[in-house]
Design a protein around this ligand. Structure first.
Ligand code: FMN
Length: 393
């Protein structure tokens, strides 16, 4: 490829990911749940917002740097935790290297395909993400391991509702890749020779395990084995959230908050930050787009915790819209996964560059010298756009 695999937009990264990945792997990344209302809503809502540009008086250079959970980052975009089994042999380590090269932090999932130690070695600005799963001893061991590895913050994701069934069909993901499964998947895999070559070059196959959930000295559980254990865990109370926060001790981000009353409880539980999130629409379908819920949450708790947003970010202008409506920074999921699938570490760097350039050009158009100067006045919000959940309007 003459251009070294460079792409111009996140949409193009997605097209390339689709061409490169076997259909079940691409389907697992696209994800979404049930009707896909929330999945589509997250991106479509951004398109409803407009800008209010100036024509003169802009700054010659714009400032994009900020901090999240005390970590200085060069642009207000952080890598959201995802399990990226089978997308690329270097998985989260490639993503961590790309984030480090572009000056930002990475959230690494407890369901990730690489151990947290390897991710921290590639990018010291790593936050470890956990679910409420297993008993308290199991969770304490995970926290201890992440702390020992050098993770700088904990992300706790509590919005998962074990929704299953997608109207467009769920890919069948095997428990492990033995010979029989490989033969069954052969048609999908052989149709994607470049993906297969990536693995063949490293003389490995996707192992579909979760090394961060292994007990000390034991082999890593399979993705589905771990998922089963999680399904059997009773959901946490707010006291449990406060317990986790206390046990961790350091910067603590609660991911998945979308209601004002929950945001206030997160503050009471001692969170340092929240992410207004619906898990990228993979969850309880019918949850509103995160950008619609952000303004009410930011107004209620923005002066007490860092308010972040994730869901539907595909361009720099989306990041600017989220910041103008009250977010300190955003997290991205699919955008970097498609970059990773399209071109490995360079593809993730490419996606971060697309977002950086898009933020910069939007700031230029808006006549803002820095991401810190953005206000709701920069964005045109159509009547009836916002949604206030868990508080009187
Ligand atoms: C394939 C996939 C796997 C994910 N795995 C996790 C996970 O392990 N932990 C987590 O907190 N969120 C997970 N998420 C949610 C993302 O962190 C993030 O909230 C979401 O992708 C944001 O929406 P976007 O993809 O539109 O940017 C996952 C999302 C996708 C698409």
């Amino acid at each position: 490829m003459g251009d070294g695999g460079w792409f111009e937009t996140v949409a193009e990264a997605q097209r390339r990911a689709r061409k490169r990945l076997p259909a079940p792997v691409y389907g697992a990344l696209l994800a979404g749940s049930e009707r896909g209302v929330t999945y589509r809503g997250n991106t479509e809502a951004f398109a409803e917002l407009g800008f209010a540009p100036h024509v003169a008086g802009s700054a010659a250079e714009r400032g994009l740097a900020t901090t999240v959970l005390g970590e200085p980052i060069s642009l207000p975009v952080v890598i959201s935790p995802t399990g990226v089994q089978a997308v690329h042999p270097d998985g989260e380590v490639a993503v961590a290297r790309a984030a480090a090269a572009r000056g930002t932090a990475i959230g690494v999932s407890s369901f990730s395909s690489k151990p947290v130690e390897e991710v921290v070695a590639a990018n010291p600005q790593t936050f470890f993400q956990m679910y409420w799963m297993g008993d308290k001893d199991f969770m304490l061991r995970q926290m201890e391991r992440a702390r020992a590895a050098g993770a700088r913050g904990l992300i706790v994701t509590l919005d998962w509702s074990f929704s299953h069934g997608r109207d467009w069909g769920s890919p069948r993901i095997p428990e492990s890749l033995d010979f029989k499964e490989a033969a069954r998947l052969a048609p999908a895999v052989l149709a994607r020779p470049r993906w297969l070559l990536d693995w063949a070059r490293r003389r490995t196959l996707p192992d579909l395990t979760t090394p961060n959930l292994a007990a000390p000295g034991e082999t890593a559980p399979t993705f589905f084995g771990a998922y089963g254990q999680w399904m059997q865990t009773a959901p946490p109370s707010w006291d449990d959230v406060a317990w986790m926060r206390k046990e961790w001790g350091g910067p603590f981000l609660l991911k998945g908050v979308i209601r004002v009353d929950d945001a206030k409880r997160a503050v009471d539980a001692g969170a340092s930050a929240i992410s207004v999130s619906n898990h990228g629409g993979n969850n309880l379908d019918g949850t509103p787009a995160t950008i619609r819920a952000l303004p009410a949450v930011a107004a209620a708790v923005g002066d007490q915790v860092e308010v972040l947003l994730d869901g539907g970010i595909r361009r720099g202008g989306d990041v600017v819209k989220a910041l103008a409506l009250g977010a300190r920074a955003v997290l991205i999921g699919r955008a970097y996964l498609w970059g990773l699938a399209a071109n490995g570490q360079a593809g993730v760097e490419n996606v971060l560059d697309i977002l950086r350039n898009g933020i910069d050009s939007t700031l230029l158009g808006l006549g803002r010298a820095s991401v810190h100067d953005l206000t709701p006045d920069d964005v045109l919000v159509p009547p009836g756009f916002t949604r206030t959940l868990g508080a009187p309007e």
